[in-house]
Design a protein around this ligand. Structure first.
Ligand code: ZN
Length: 241
């Protein structure tokens, strides 16, 4: 009897109503606050996510790696690998070798520590080579405005010309860097002696040979000999308009 009376329907309903009302009164405000805050957080998280997706899609990379600079020019494949390593600053100039406990000065000038920038741009011997090849193009103003080989290759301007002049100009910086690097290696590893005159000639002879790398480029040689490059460079490789 007691049990029956205790579980009577009105009593149960009364308890539920009291529980809901008091629960709402006790937990309502904090719960409402909790859910409002939760919804706000989710909304702002979505916004941030959309914003970052927007950035990923539209924002330009801070410094795009110049893949084309290494792989597109009409130069021999081994030179492409050299340029590729150069762009990653992985060629073994002496400053890079220093980590292995080696130290020496630049093999070309014997007066400065060797680094990629020094060897290929700033070394007095390299400056002579660059000036010999681009010094007659007034708008170039030399190559010292380029702060490193990567920027030089990425921003190398086009020559306003066609045929032989255009073909030579397009691969000129690669040729100079390759020849300077090769001569440097021959001095260090094969005991060669620097001959600046020969170095200048070698740049143009190498360039002449590389014009054969792509068949269509061979046509640009028509009417020219390597002697023309050696003797008349300043009047062949010029802006013509
Ligand atoms: Zn030097």
């Amino acid at each position: 009897m007691f049990r029956r009376r205790f579980l009577s329907l009105p009593l149960v309903i009364g308890a539920v109503v009291i529980g809901v009302v008091s629960g709402k009164a006790i937990f309502g405000p904090p719960l409402d606050e909790y859910w409002a805050k939760k919804l706000q957080e989710e909304a702002s998280a979505k916004e941030t996510d959309a914003g970052s997706r927007h950035d990923r899609v539209y924002a330009p990379p801070v410094e795009a790696f110049p893949y084309k600079v290494a792989w597109e020019p009409n130069i021999p494949t081994n030179v492409k690998f050299f340029i590729w390593s150069l762009l990653w600053e992985r060629i073994l100039t002496i400053d890079n070798l220093n980590a292995r406990g080696t130290y020496n000065v630049c093999a070309l000038c014997n007066c400065s520590p060797e680094s990629i920038n020094h060897l290929l741009l700033l070394c007095p011997i390299s400056v002579v080579v660059w000036n010999d090849c681009v010094g007659h193009i007034p708008r170039m103003g030399g190559v010292m405005k380029f702060s490193n080989p990567k920027i030089l290759l990425s921003e190398w301007p086009k020559l306003n010309n066609r045929g032989m002049a255009e073909a030579c100009w397009a691969i000129l910086p690669y040729t100079i860097m390759w020849v300077v690097w090769s001569v440097r290696n021959e001095i260090i590893f094969a005991g060669a002696v620097l001959d600046t005159g020969q170095l200048l000639q070698r740049v143009k002879r190498t360039l002449w040979a590389w014009l054969d790398v792509v068949c269509k480029a061979v046509d640009v040689k028509k009417g020219f000999t390597v002697s023309d490059l050696l003797l008349r460079w300043d009047s062949i490789v010029v802006d013509s308009w």
